[in-house]
Design a protein around this ligand. Sequence first.
Ligand code: BGC
Length: 435
Amino acid sequence: MSFSELLEAACTKINPTPESLQNVAAGFEEAMRAGLAGRPSSLPMLPSYIARPTGAERGEALAVDFGGTNVRILNVRLEDGKVRPGESVRFSLKDPDGAYDFTRAETRAEELFDHIAGQIANLAAGASAPLPLGHTFSFPCRQEGINRAVLLFWTKEFRTSGVEGKDVTALLSEALERRGVRNVRPRAIINDTVGTLLAAAYLYRGVEIGSICGTGHNTCYLEPRHPLTGKPMIVNMESGSFDGVVLTTFDRAVDEASSRPGEQLIEKQVSGAYLGEVVLAALRAAAAEGLLPGGPRDWERGTLSGIDLARVLEDEPGCAGARSVAGDRLSLPGLTEQQLAALRKLTESVVGRSAWLVGATYAGILRYLDPGLRQNHVIAVDGSLYEKMPGYQAGIRAGLEAILGAGARGVETRLVKDGSGIGAAIAALVAEGQE
Ligand code: BGC
């Protein structure tokens, strides 16, 4: 077998069949029902204690958007159903030159939140009146109220000590206190999917599903009658933990090398933090068979980013994108055009499977909400994969159509940028309004 043949065989293993997509949609719908009813399920179906905004919310709030290594703080004003973003800062929790890294296990919770509080202090310095603060914290949390969320466990390869099992609002409030910030009051803490849904519902009405397809993956929806309250409530499904998709040998290798083996299984098949790892796993299989042109290589985790995969998929003559990624990132210069085409095809399979699987989970949610698919539905989506990865939006559509057939006609997925930040501000103002 040649290098190209092995990659082609890997594609066959990775590409989902129509039948497997149907199984994913049906399994997802069943896992939703089980999770909501408190039966064993890979979907924790976490309550958010917030429903859809009315559109009448108004005022000024600060939003913290913390869902990955880049954190953003922004000032948002809501007025007459319009969102007016003001000043903002963006900063990284990891210094590119290695001077600090707040995501490592050696960093303590206090150091992480002191860093964030310092940035909040700078942005809030000029505020005349106390500002409510909404915090989008995009990790699985046991939500115990609109302003209380206990981190269950880190995802996306975060490892900071002393945050798991803690109330994240308390950690932030204590840091603000240590820093002497008195003109900011944390009011709400939400997941980024919830923020996306809140922002979309505030701007467009009628939206009932919010999703993130970026470094991580997750979806929330508006449960019409939540078992806790009997009223509408947004449920953060933590759908990245769904375990109903068959794993290939490559997925197993990615899972074993991750910080939480056995957890977040579909997230490791679909999200930006892991897609490059799946491609690398297939390339390592070629290396193990002695098929890698130019002899074995050892690639570190993170060698192929989502941006690299997007470059491989760019439609350029002679697979120019694939050639530069092979040379610069994989130390595989001099691949033949056939070998580059095989690398591109492998990337297409890994990225395409991600989009189809996400489409299949959306189909499961839609069938749960509207079994006869009688109404139109809008799914608000944010995230780098959805926004920027070539072919991704079309892949989700293809997944939806493969499962719902003509029923997919009334379903629209719509990019809602910055929803997680704007949604945090909306949540803060909703919480103030509830007082
Ligand atoms: C987290 C979710 C989050 C998603 C998208 C996942 O790793 O567990 O809470 O919504 O990433 O950021």
